[in-house]
Design a protein around this ligand. Sequence first.
Ligand code: FMN
Length: 151
Amino acid sequence: MKVAIIAGSVYGSAEEVARHAQQLIKDAGHEVLFNPRATLADLQTFAPEALLAVSSTTGMGELPDNIQPLYHQIRDVLPAAWRGLPGGVIALGDASYGDTFCAGGELMRELFGELGIREVQEMLRLDASETVTPESDAEPWLAEFIGQLNA
Ligand SMILES: Cc1cc2nc3c(=O)[nH]c(=O)nc-3n(C[C@H](O)[C@H](O)[C@H](O)COP(=O)(O)O)c2cc1C
């Protein structure tokens, strides 16, 4: 299956999680597109059969700058070809930010909802106030996600 990974990161943690996800999904025999600077055209050319978003949160509950252009491009177009595809979101945040905890991931979830992407499992929230190993913490969730792709 062709899996596209979309990543939003300020300091690199979410990008590392996305890179780790890329490796695990490839090891499971899937084809993966992961480029932190991917455009909508790149994604449409790849023709994904599943989507994974990995994003941290910055500012007061905002998406990182690197993913903003892609987020808006996708939102403006809402590619019909992605309707019904399986997908999932990994959100990185810090619970000490209170109400805006993992708000960037929530924005990606809302976008997936608008796209008609089928969320195959509940969004994973990785809390930087509790862990410094988000890549390995994401592994059980990713194993389930990969299992859902094979289902
Ligand atoms: C300036 C700044 C603002 C942040 N705002 C939020 C926020 O509103 N909500 C949240 O859950 N985390 C917030 N965080 C925490 C980051 O999302 C978290 O540390 C994450 O692991 C960073 O991932 P990255 O290295 O991929 O950017 C903020 C961090 C910084 C430095």
